[in-house]
Design a protein around this ligand. Structure first.
Ligand code: FES
Length: 74
């Protein structure tokens, strides 16, 4: 299986989000979701991480990748 990665510094997948943390973990209790549909970032490029802000579209266009958000329905 070929794996293509646009690596961040040091070869990781995360280029800039909360790099001071040992591991980026977010918890969402679904009962607390304010909207009926919430999009969570899986490309690590969102300026509103962990929420998707559409930055994946620019990343996909620039790299030929096909990443998109995780959609969670209430
Ligand atoms: Fe990362 Fe949309 S911005 S998946």
């Amino acid at each position: 299986v070929a794996v293509r990665a646009e690596a961040g510094a040091g070869g990781g997948i995360n280029p800039a989000i909360r790099k001071e943390e040992d591991k980026v973990v977010d918890t969402v209790l679904t009962g607390e979701l304010a909207k009926p549909l919430t999009a969570y970032c899986r490309c690590w490029r969102s300026g509103t991480f962990p929420l998707c802000d559409g930055a994946h579209a620019k990343h996909n266009k620039a790299t030929g990748d096909n990443v998109g958000p995780l959609l969670v329905k209430k």
